[in-house]
Design a protein around this ligand. Sequence first.
Ligand code: HPA
Length: 276
Amino acid sequence: MDYSYEDARRTADFLIEKGVSQPQLGIVLGTGLSGLAKEITVECELDYGLIPGFPLSTVESHAGKLVFGTICGIKVIALQGRFHHYEGYSMKQITFPVRVMKHLGIKALLLSNAAGAINKKYKKGQLMIIDDHINLLPSNPLTGENDDRNGPRFPDMSRPYDPQMNNLFADAAIKEGVTVHKGVYAVVSGPNLETRAEYRFLGRIGADVVGMSTVPEVIVCNHMKLPCAAISVLTDECDPDDLHPVDISDILRVAGEAEKDLTRIFVAVIPKLSLN
Ligand code: HPA
């Protein structure tokens, strides 16, 4: 499989046969953040292993399941668990599910992730609306021959995250009493966390937070002119002058605690999205 336009179409047709009919919104749930799926009135669920072309998530904290159903009457596909560069997948594999969801007809994509806080004003457990990003991954999902049916050779990235959706998230956060920042996400390949010198470097080049996901999917959304927005849950504080060791269990615990806030603002925003 080369993750072509036709491959994405075939997988979309497979999902339609399984009962995924006319989803309006896609949602990608990141590390430790799959609880939003509980808000879905489920019509069907499929393990990734059963879906042609979907890689299997190799990370235990990522469930690896597609859930189709409704939230507040909106038809959604939620991907519980995503694929990362550090798992050894190609960028085309990582972003294949987004191509498939576009074939299914989604009008917007919401993403969540866990990230480390570099900006000293940010505290763990808080959320950040991603306003812009810095791509430090060693490869790009758009390399190779461009298929013009997906989008242009040189997609514009002047507003990679939909400003209207970001405003809806900011408003929802105020209404729900949730602290939300707006800032820049730097993506690295991982899987190791950063050294003190790397956190210092990331802060100096303009990153507010750092993580290992989301940007490939967002590039593909921009390629296909699919509006997207993404929220980071800040799971650790990355102060190079006072850095404490963290491990994945700390990150998962903090993500789990912040999940309630994330879910509340997602549920507040979803009915307000314009999905035409
Ligand atoms: N660095 C990179 N990715 C992360 C971090 C971090 O500190 N925290 C959560 N994901």
